[in-house]
Design a protein around this ligand. Sequence first.
Ligand code: OAD
Length: 261
Amino acid sequence: MRQQIDGISDAFLQKWDHQQRVAFVTGAGISQESGIQTYRGEGGMYDDEVAGDQVMDSLRYSSMKKNPNRTWRTIAGMCRQIGPAEPNAGHHAISRIEEKCRSFALLTQNVDGLHQLAGTQNTIDLHGDIRDLSCMECGEKVRLSPKEIARFSHSPKCVEHVIGSNCGGTLRPDVVLFEEMLPTKKLERVQREFYEEVPDVVICVGTSAQFAYIIEPIMLARGAGKLTVEINPERTALSSHVDHFIQAKAGDVLPQLAECL
Ligand code: OAD
């Protein structure tokens, strides 16, 4: 007999089994309990009508080209939160679920690297990692700590003491900015993990589900008769389309799911 868990139905628990192919799709909400601001919703980076639009605008590729200092101010601000942040109970629970189940994949929109720090192996960080920088002129790459990036008050340059190359070009954060294409190799991994063999369970956590490439893997699983779950304190566009909407914080629910697998 499985134990009853708050907010999680028996119907779901009966199907929750380590023999299954489990996949997660995560967004900024899973890192909220690590002290990292979400983008949307109350207290999110885009929440304030005027300031929020400006932040969003600074994360466009065209803004990066026109006024890189502005983009870097936003990125440095994000790194001030990411630097001291640690993986929380939700990140750790997902990593334990990966260890326990037959097959596992995680698609995340987060650039904070906390899933990887929690030990999750098969992570597709589709929007990149904020620690990665590249030169817009010569293409040279470097990985810095969020604490180092947080100190940038202007856009960093391709000079020896930062990147090991010396072309003098402007460095950019190697994350997907608005107006940019998603990285092909990572999209191929999404194709393999979510489309070629559809997972038995797809659990969506802490995303406002704004993008088609986030919604589609969940809807595909639903259409194929697989189990779909959403964990979020707020309803989203997905909530009425999944089999089980669990209205709760990730850190409250995921450890219980890991426990009873
Ligand atoms: P959003 O900020 O849009 O949404 C965060 C979601 O997390 C909301 O639905 C919240 O209700 C939920 N949430 C908040 N606290 C939570 C908690 N403790 N547990 C579970 N859920 C919680 O974040 P994303 O959907 O990830 O892209 O945003 C998608 C993309 O939009 C980002 O990757 C970024 C942004 O613009 C780019 O910068 C290209």
